[in-house]
Design a protein around this ligand. Structure first.
Ligand code: NAD
Length: 398
């Protein structure tokens, strides 16, 4: 298939692009390289030394003989270029990773909030409008987030995108229908993913676009079979307080001898998935595109759920690191239960990789091997969700 990967230079997009190329798809990456510029803005760098994109692509060609195309386009701004590329490539599938994806970054300031909304909502809408205007029957596969469901404890396993509701009409007769699960975004970033869902619903209904929205859990792990082929292909590993997800931060804290900083009680339960499963899920979603029947297909792209404090305990046990409880900069429930259905991807063939200690040990080894690249001052998450959180965090600074 001809596949355009928007955001193909990023943490999920790069290994996905390589895998799709390795199994014979014709891949074109579109990226405006903004994550690399945000690294500069934040004064951070990937723990792993990532090559520039042209060097990555040359290395891939050298190792495999496969060619991956690249177009530097800002999908949120350069609508005409995006539309013309879609018209020329006439892709069977467009995978959309190209969004600002860090919740803490989205909450840093009003400028960061506005950038995140402008970038993510315009990017998604430009894509849908361009596919429609170009008249191309491309299956759009988008990366959403588990965070659209919110993190309140509910007495059910979270369904995949839709909730079946019954309601009485004015005559007292009962009707049943599926509605989008009510969103409860916990940050501006999550809010943009909630807004994306409405854009998808509209374009699927109005223009018959075939769309899959993958509500993904927090991704952990770094390398895949393809990124491990050559040091120039290594995947990025964000450890900083804005882009580093919770497990990455614990691993790096342990590697450089810092205590593991758990926000609040650590009772927050979240969904996780290994990067190798992310890549497999993208493939499964792409290869099953013909089953979409008019509605947006939503699949929960997760392997398992864990409590943050349990993750800290696992990493502490493996490394001897201390665990430190810090004031939570986020406005979120201190503890929640979470159970999530992932029947759809499992039905398509996903065999989830569990968070095992040998896999974590490999990540810790990777973090130790690159510990000279870590700036310890950049590990704590300092972006506060609102004034009340600023005051709470400042009140405990020694
Ligand atoms: N990493 C996770 O744990 C995780 C979890 C759930 C969902 N997701 C979703 O997966 C997707 C990819 O996440 P990631 O971790 O790879 O993030 P990433 O920041 O590493 O990758 C995103 C890529 O998109 C590019 N990009 C952003 N805006 C763009 C624009 N306007 N035009 C062109 N390119 C643009 C960036 O330069 C970057 O290379 C995101 O949509 C994210 O919300 C990620």
């Amino acid at each position: 298939m001809r596949v355009i990967v928007l955001g193909g230079d990023g943490f999920c997009g790069w290994p996905s692009s390589l895998h799709l190329s390795a199994i014979g798809h014709e891949v074109t990456i579109v990226d405006n390289l903004v994550h690399r510029r945000i690294d500069v803005e934040l004064g951070v760098q990937s723990l792993t030394p990532i090559a520039e994109l042209p060097e990555r692509l040359a290395a891939w060609h050298e190792k495999t003989g496969n060619t991956i195309g690249f177009e530097e386009i800002d999908v949120a701004v350069e609508y005409e270029r995006l539309k013309s590329l879609i018209g020329v490539v006439r892709p069977d599938v467009i995978v959309h990773f190209a969004e600002q994806r860090a919740a803490p970054y989205s909450m840093k300031s009003s400028a960061h909030k506005r950038y995140t909304v402008d970038n993510n909502v315009n990017g998604t809408h430009n894509l849908l409008a361009a596919v429609t205007e170009a008249g191309v029957d491309a299956h759009v596969v988008h990366l959403g987030t588990m965070g659209v469901y919110g993190y309140e404890t509910v007495p059910m396993d979270l369904p995949e995108g839709y909730l079946t509701v019954s309601y009485p009409d004015r005559n007292g007769d009962t009707h049943t229908r599926d509605i989008l699960y009510p969103t409860q975004p916990g940050s501006v970033y999550h809010l943009t993913k909630s807004l994306d869902q409405l854009l998808f619903q509209f374009y699927a209904g109005n223009d018959g676009l075939r769309i899959t929205d993958l509500h993904q859990g927090i991704v952990w792990g770094t390398q895949t079979a393809e990124t491990a082929l050559d040091p120039r292909l290594v995947n990025r590993f964000d450890y900083d307080g804005d882009y580093g997800t919770v497990l990455n931060r614990f691993l790096v804290e342990a590697a450089v001898g810092l205590p593991l900083t758990v926000h609040g009680s650590g009772g927050q339960t979240r969904a996780f998935i290994n990067i190798n499963d992310t890549v497999r899920c993208i493939r499964l979603a792409i290869e099953s595109g013909c089953e979409i029947d008019g509605c947006v297909r939503v699949m929960n792209q997760i392997s398992e759920t864990h409590r943050v404090s349990d993750l800290a305990d696992i990493v502490a046990e493996l490394t001897g690191a201390a665990v430190s409880r810090v004031e939570n900069p986020r406005r979120e429930a201190d503890a929640n239960d979470l159970s999530v259905r992932n029947d759809h991807l499992v039905g398509l063939g996903l065999d989830p990789i569990a968070l095992r200690s040998d896999l974590l040990a490999a990540e810790i080894d990777l973090a130790r091997a690159h510990s000279d690249r870590v700036d310890p001052a950049r590990v704590p998450a300092e972006s506060c969700w609102n004034r009340e959180r600023v005051e709470a965090v400042e009140s405990v600074i020694p």
